[in-house]
Design a protein around this ligand. Structure first.
Ligand code: ATP
Length: 262
């Protein structure tokens, strides 16, 4: 087991956001976390990343408490893809991706030819070569998101935590990211991601955890955990979960107006 959380409580100084969370993250597996706005997904991720100390319970990476790792040591194991907000520093896309090598080259050393090669390879893997010299501040939100995923790849971590990696992406880039997640799993990486589209669980997840008010209320395979009943309980609305032949998987959509059951 790569990362384990046992009876974890998490939150901010003086504010409990969630508790009782038990999770296991394994190599070559994708764990998908879903839940309504404000239920605590980002706060849990910040805790898994060692950015917030656990308020109770155990959180371990390879059997060692996460809080015992130095930041650079942790970064050699775990990469984070945050939600792509705005950026104020006009680094080029290549520079942003190359920064991922920092944990391996030390704070004041310059990237080697090998580091540059790895960064270049990550850009190529996501089809971003054409953006390489563009300032990060002057590319679209979707392009920034893809760049942050490339940066996580360049970090060569074994676990990648992605906070809503498909938010703000068009269908083309959503498909690219979901394909990329499946490919990364195929190459042995562990992935933990959050999403607001329950259908994405069927596209890439091995297991799904549903979070409500800071607690995991249901966990299992996408087939077992993502059903109209569990989604109604989670989001408080009727949601259709149906197999779409053209897509080759289940798709979820909220029922509106005359399709809504009383
Ligand atoms: N820095 C902070 N200090 C105190 N409370 C915070 C802080 N940041 C977030 N919260 C609170 O923690 C709770 C969980 O927020 P969090 O961002 O983890 O939810 P989320 O599930 O990621 O939401 P979303 O789907 O909208 O991104 C919310 O009630 C939020 O107001």
């Amino acid at each position: 087991m790569m990362m384990t959380a046992r009876d974890l409580a998490f939150g901010y100084r003086g504010t409990l956001v969630g508790e009782g969370v038990t999770l296991a993250v394994e190599a070559a597996r994708v764990l998908c976390l879903m839940g309504p706005n404000g239920c605590g997904k980002t706060t849990l991720f910040r805790t898994l990343l060692g950015l917030l100390p656990p308020l109770a319970g155990r959180l371990e990476l390879h059997g060692r408490p996460v809080m015992e790792f130095s930041r650079s040591e942790f970064a050699r194991h775990v990469a984070y893809v945050p939600q792509a907000g705005s950026s104020y520093f006009p680094f080029s896309v290549t520079e942003v991706v190359t920064m991922a090598r920092a944990s391996r080259i030390g704070a004041f050393a310059t990237p080697s030819a090998h580091d540059r090669e790895i960064a270049q390879g990550a850009l190529e893997r996501l089809g971003l070569q054409h953006l390489a010299s563009r300032p990060f501040t002057e590319i679209s939100g979707g392009e920034r998101q893809m760049t942050l995923i490339a940066r996580a790849l360049a970090q060569e971590a074994e676990l990648v935590v992605m906070d809503e990696p498909t938010a703000s992406l068009d269908f083309g880039n959503q498909a690219k990211v979901l394909d990329c997640i499946n490919e990364l799993r195929g190459s042995g990486l562990a992935i933990v991601l959050s999403t607001h589209d329950p259908g994405h669980a069927f596209a890439c997840a091995d297991s799904v955890a549903l979070m409500k008010r800071g607690r995991i209320i249901c966990e299992g395979t996408p087939q077992a955990a993502v059903t109209p009943e569990t989604l109604r309980n989670l989001y408080g609305v009727e949601i259709a979960v149906e197999f779409m032949r053209g897509a080759g998987r289940n798709i979820c959509a909220p029922a509106l107006g005359r399709f809504r059951k009383e």
